[in-house]
Design a protein around this ligand. Sequence first.
Ligand code: ZN
Length: 152
Amino acid sequence: MKELIEQRDTPGRGHGIFALRSFERGDTLYVGVLDNTPIKNHSHASQIGKSSFGFHKGLGSKFNHSCDPNCGISINASGGHDIVALQNIQAGHEATYDYAMRNYRIEYFPGPCSCGTANCRSAITGWKDLPQSRKDAYSGFVAPYLIEMDRD
Ligand SMILES: [Zn+2]
């Protein structure tokens, strides 16, 4: 199968994931496969359930955060998080998602956000700290347990 994405250097921000073809809203860029080693929350772990954290195999952990992302999250049958286009993405563009789309709180992320978008929150914060307008904009592209946690 032809690769859909690849890792490239992003000057000043380490590396990121780039689209190798164009994607339309709703298309899957990466199929999430969990590495089934249980761990505690820390800076590179993804929240994968109301109180569970883990890692994704392959390029899943390499996507950069953006406060104005072009991708979102969809949980697949294996419990892994697919990365799905929230907006149309052109080939060669960086694919990003908002880490708040899967993590309710983010307390372990060091330093300011460097996404550089007009909507930048200046720090990478979790779902619980998003304004309602952002939550609404991400509707259908976030981990469902976040919505449940808001109700708890
Ligand atoms: Zn930002």
